[in-house]
Design a protein around this ligand. Structure first.
Ligand code: RB5
Length: 150
């Protein structure tokens, strides 16, 4: 399942992405409310993270993608990545096993639908490589989570 959410600044981009997901028969769940001026990305991140189960992926959109990623990475087992092109979307899946794609609804991506859809599809369709060195590094991140009591 794909869990999707946005604050007010990411609302239009989220609607565009949902339309594309529907066209391409992806199943998704939108956990953000209808447009609310000035709502807090932290609240939507909380909705998204609470809904995520193992193997789910999420897409979270705020103005820059940055606040969402900072907040989401405080949650256990969430690996949120801000992606700005196909390359970052591909490698954050292959190397980091990122499970949340964070996008900036007020960045230049808002004016480049083809690039936006390429990022989303690459993120959703690329599997984690499973290579030993990446597993080792992810295990070190888990150790940090445990040490920090996350
Ligand atoms: C909202 O104005 C904006 O700060 C928020 O959407 C996001 O960009 C935060 O990182």
């Amino acid at each position: 399942m794909i869990i999707i959410g946005s604050d007010h600044a990411g609302y239009d981009m989220k609607e565009k992405i949902k339309e594309k997901l529907r066209e391409e028969n992806y199943e998704y769940l939108d956990v953000s409310p209808d447009y609310i001026e000035g709502d807090d990305y932290t609240d939507i991140v909380n909705n998204v993270c609470s809904k995520m189960r193992q193997d789910d992926k999420a897409i979270m959109i705020c103005g820059t993608g940055i606040g969402s990623a900072i907040a989401a990475n405080k949650y256990k087992k969430i690996r949120a990545a801000i992606c700005y092109d196909e390359y970052t979307a591909k490698y954050t899946r292959l190397h980091n096993d990122a499970n949340m794609l964070c996008l900036g609804g007020r960045t230049s991506l808002a004016n480049d639908d083809n690039k936006l859809y390429d990022i989303v599809k690459t993120f959703l369709n690329t599997e984690f490589s499973g290579e030993e060195r990446h597993v080792r590094r992810l295990n070190k991140i888990k150790e940090i989570e445990e040490k920090e009591g996350k």
